[in-house]
Write a protein of this length. Structure first.
Length: 289
């Protein structure tokens, strides 16, 4: 079955959401509509729709004009088994002591590595992206320097790969939360596949807004691999939930955004313990003064 995409950009959240809502009334109907902020400080939002039939090009052009958006770019996606393709191309990732792999590489897991199984079909966070890789490296460095996490949380956990990595090397249970219910289900599935049920506890929460997270604070280590905007907004809450001398490992930060994130956390009482750039992305390990 062919799949078509129709993508455009425009400034402002409210106009973008209005355009996304209007797209749902098109005939043929889109099977899904997404509205996302582009994290490059441009102020632009991306609006996209997915169709199983050729979309109404005239209708899209009219909607773009009415909502002040750029002309839609309409593309037909090739009929590819994307999961099978990813499995073929997704090689295992090594980050210090950690080895992140899919089940298709189960025979290649080194005996001396901390193995983390993440399937290609799962949510964001396979270890291949510079943000996840940076967080795993920062965790490996902390552990190599003698730090032992007694009370750890992973905020915006995605696949829960970071929470599972911490649970693999330290004895106490780790909390993993995500704002998205589907991501929490994915995290729970990954935890079970890695025999970490009860060692990683998955929660649905926006930031730290969950009774279990409040009760467990203050943490001595928190991961937050999300995006620049939410990270900046989270800085005061991070300070409230990390103990003095505790660490925050942050990523999802484009290199040009790093100074802004660093300043927001400096204002909340954190200083840089280490910093790494991998490709376009920056990872911070911060310590609370």
């Amino acid at each position: 079955m062919p799949t078509f995409t129709a993508l455009t950009t425009l400034p402002g959240k409210a106009p973008a959401e209005a355009l996304g809502e209007a797209m749902e009334d098109l005939i043929p109907e889109p099977t899904g509509v997404g509205v996302f902020e582009i994290e490059d400080d441009s102020g632009l939002w991306e609006v996209g729709g997915y169709f199983t039939e050729q979309p109404d090009l005239a209708g899209l052009a009219l909607l773009a004009k009415m909502h002040g958006a750029r002309d839609f770019t309409v593309s037909e996606l090739p009929d590819i088994d994307w999961v099978a393709k990813v499995k073929r191309e997704l090689s295992p990732v090594q980050a210090g002591r950690f080895f992140v792999y899919g089940s298709h590489d189960a025979d290649n897991v080194p005996a001396d590595k901390v193995a983390l199984l993440i399937e290609a079909a799962m949510a964001f966070g396979t270890g291949h992206h510079g943000t996840t890789l940076g967080c795993l490296r920062a965790l490996d460095k902390l552990a190599s320097d003698g730090f032992v996490g007694q009370n750890v949380a992973d905020i915006g956990c995605g696949t829960a790969v970071l929470a599972m990595a911490a649970a693999r090397i330290w004895p106490n249970p780790v909390l993993a939360s995500d704002i998205d219910a589907v991501a929490v289900e994915v995290a729970e599935a990954n935890v079970a596949c890695n025999d970490l049920t009860g060692r990683v506890i998955c929660l649905e929460a926006a930031g730290f807004e969950h009774d279990t997270l409040h009760a467990a604070a203050p943490f001595d280590l928190v991961f937050a691999n999300i995006l620049k905007g939410p990270l900046v907004a989270l800085a005061p809450d991070m300070a409230a939930h990390v103990k003095s001398g505790g660490y925050a490992i942050l990523s999802g930060i484009l290199n040009p955004q790093a100074d802004q994130v660093e300043q927001a956390y400096a204002d909340s009482g954190f200083i840089v313990h280490s910093k790494e750039q991998i490709g376009d992305w920056t990872t911070f390990c911060l310590v609370k003064r």
